[in-house]
Design a protein around this ligand. Structure first.
Ligand code: AMP
Length: 537
């Protein structure tokens, strides 16, 4: 027997879960952990180590311990956002074929899907060990605003891990599924996902088993890591002031301060102040110790700008969906950064209600992915899940090991219907450096639309369809996605050839482009060869 699992492949941490006849069960790591760091280390003796053990190596071996691969996956190394991400990483990343980032550690060169593939393979092994069964299929979640290239590369990572990716599921949709599936709800919910590396916010209408995304927005480079780095900067200044050592040029020292920053941040979510001594600071053969004291109010001043950005994006989605905050019946928090009191307070101010407390922000996405995996695989899916809010395992209801989330009884077969939207406008470049929009943002997917274009020059026998995403009229204001070449056009006067360009976004959010000469029927179709994605994708 083989299982289909749900995987929340996070920037910082990942979670893997499976829907069994009795409920959703989370696969544990070797130390009993439900949340697995998305970290891959390459130890000096050879081999590969993942998860908690790999994270523990980050300070000792910063240049051979790879993390935050999700910030790079399916991206062009030249993109400004990737360049920004690279400035904070202590391991080497070089430009590879097709402008894709290549991670270089010891004598190995890995594509980013290969790194993420190692994380997925590790999660697969955790699930197999726990279930005592082979795992061959998965639903993997991605941020709603992931581009085509990022989606293709994530699928490739699954393939490299030996998993058939049944579906890429948008993270907010997964969270809404875990929250509302089987509950016969009629609600508008806001899924506010503030994780380690990325921020996403979506509004969804839930009506019985139909989950419809109304609007979505996000920022790839906004998350708890930014808060850790802000604290690390504060600690670096303290180190300079107290010990007369500037740690900034030393990646190992900075990594230690960033990890200490994370611990301080987590402490300040539950306490008004944090005080202590940071050890393990190795400098010129000596071990230094740094005393520190930080209050929650100080932290809030340091990170206010990051929280403001998340709240502004939330207002944007409310406007885009024409939804008044008072119409939102529940705020579903996802991601560890939603535990920061200031974040919850700002959400409460915006919506006039406290965010749902009973939902575990670390597990809700994997739980939704597991429900969808069980539904698609048609396996072991006996009925509606209890939502996370009702999931209080009792002796009678929870025969699951490891505190899983049990189904409600009696069972009633149901399949969720998921209606997602395009997270950004999709366009093609036209003459003069401009663009034309083919699909606007927030359109329900899957979707297909055709627009007709013509040639710009006389006797033109080929056209290049340059595809991009974004809102700018000028081509260079958008993100390039890839290109398609249509050859063999009849050499006519400009404007006489009609070319139908069709954009189709499938249920995984992947863009397929077709260009067809309307008169001759000559056509080209492609999943775009995306800059920065592996050639095989
Ligand atoms: P995720 O990507 O959803 O796993 O979220 C991970 C992020 O949440 C990391 O930046 C963590 O430091 C952060 N995090 C986890 N727990 C807390 C907490 N109690 N307070 C503040 N941040 C937290």
């Amino acid at each position: 027997m083989s299982f289909a699992v749900g995987i929340d492949l996070g920037t910082t941490n990942s979670v893997v879960a499976v829907a069994t006849p009795t409920g959703v069960e989370f696969a544990l790591g070797p130390q009993g952990e439900r949340v697995h760091p998305s970290v891959v280390a390459f130890p000096p003796g050879g081999g590969v180590v993942c998860g908690t053990e790999a994270k523990a190596r980050r300070v000792r071996e910063p240049d051979t311990t790879v993390y935050s691969a999700k910030r790079l996956i399916g991206q062009n190394i030249k993109s400004p956002l990737v360049q920004l991400a690279l400035t904070g990483l202590p391991f080497a990343v070089e430009e590879g074929p097709n402008q894709q980032p290549i991670v270089v550690t010891r004598d190995r060169r890995l594509t980013v899907p290969e790194v993420s593939g190692q994380v997925l393979a590790y999660l697969k092994r955790c699930a197999e060990r726990q279930l005592g069964q082979r795992v061959s299929q998965a639903v993997v979640t991605v941020p709603a605003n992931f581009s085509d290239g990022q989606r293709q590369a994530t699928k490739e990572a699954g393939r490299l891990a030996g998993l058939e990716v049944l579906r890429l599921l948008n993270e907010p949709t997964a969270a809404a599924l875990a929250y509302g599936f089987g509950q016969h709800k009629d609600e508008v919910v806001c899924v506010f996902d503030f994780g380690g590396g990325t921020f996403d916010v979506s509004l969804l209408a839930i009506k019985d088993e139909v989950f419809e995304v109304l609007a979505t927005d996000g920022d790839f480079f906004l998350g708890g890591d930014d808060l850790d780095r802000a604290i690390a900067e504060f600690l670096a200044a303290e180190m300079n002031r107290q010990l007369h050592v500037d740690p900034r040029p030393d990646p190992a020292l900075m990594t230690r301060l960033v990890l200490a920053g994370e611990e301080i941040k987590v402490h300040l979510s539950a306490h008004a102040s944090a005080e202590g001594v940071i050890d393990g600071l190795h400098h010129q053969g000596r071990e230094l110790q740094l005393p520190f004291r930080l209050t929650r109010a100080q932290l809030e001043n340091m990170v206010r700008g990051f929280v403001d950005r998340a709240i502004d994006l939330t207002r944007n989605v409310l406007t885009a969906a024409h939804i008044d905050p008072k119409m939102v019946t529940e705020v579903v928090c996802v991601g560890g950064t939603t535990r920061v009191p200031m974040v919850r307070q700002r959400l409460a101010e915006l919506f006039g209600r406290e965010p749902a407390l009973r939902i575990n922000p670390d597990e809700v996405v994997a739980q939704g992915a597991a429900i969808q995996a069980g539904s698609l695989a048609g396996s072991l899916f006996h009925g509606p899940a209890r939502s996370a809010r009702d999931a209080v395992p009792t002796a009678a209801l929870s025969p699951l090991a490891h505190g899983g989330v049990p189904w409600a009884a009696p069972v009633a077969p149901a399949r969720p219907i998921l209606l997602d939207v395009t997270p950004a406008a999709l366009r093609i470049a036209t003459a003069g450096g401009f663009t034309e929009e083919i699909l606007e943002r927030n359109l329900p997917t899957p979707i297909e639309r055709t627009r007709t274009f013509t040639t710009a020059r006389d006797h033109q026998t080929q056209v290049v369809i340059e595809c991009c995403r974004g809102d700018a009229r000028k081509a260079d204001g958008n993100e390039a996605l890839g290109r398609l070449l249509l050859e063999g056009l009849p050499p006519r006067r400009r404007g006489e050839v009609r070319i139908d360009v069709t954009f189709r976004v499938d249920q995984d959010g992947i863009l397929h482009v077709r260009a067809r000469d309307a008169d001759t029927g000559i056509a080209q179709e492609a999943e775009l060869e995306v800059l920065g994605a592996p050639a095989a994708a």
